[in-house]
Design a binder for this molecule. Sequence first.
Ligand code: NI
Length: 213
Amino acid sequence: MAFTSLPAQAAAVDCDRVKCLALTFDDGPSEHTPTLLKALKKAGAKATFFLVGKRVEERPEIAGQVVKQGHAIGNHTYSHASLPTHRDDEILDELKVTQEAIEQATGVRATMFRPPYGHTDERVLALADQVELAQILWTGTTLDWQLRDTKKIKAAVLKLAKRDGVILMHDVVPATVKAMPAVLKELKKRGYHLVTVPTLLRGEGPTAGVSYF
Ligand code: NI
């Protein structure tokens, strides 16, 4: 089946009818993100980027490109903090300052966040609800930052791929970005439609204060 034109894809994909997978990239934007964006565009794939506020301030134009290409974005805190170890006001600050940085750079307000290191608890989730954010975890993590090897990262993604899965990677890891053209090609060959997290949720979310995956 041919991929439709890029802007139409998100609306056209119905994950109840076709095999969907969400690739997610954390910790950017980085100097490697534009290369990743090119690979995604070439493959007709959509992804979700969880952006670090401090890095959005450093590279606002790259954050803007991510949104322009039709990818989804989320909040990954301002300083990549392990949230449960912080006070309420500090957690709110981490989330709110990042919301502002993302909105300023992209014109879009994030509706999702992902806690750094996956460190979270009920208190963090309740505070995220105050900032109108849903929590997005994952079904599989590649540990790409440890592997740092294109072939191993490709093998890890393919092993974790499953219908309605959410795979965690990092666009700050050069080997991940380098692996993507071959990974995308193989996933498409296996019949996956590569979609954003909101598309994977079939338009029923993300809802603030709810934790997904
Ligand atoms: Ni992270």
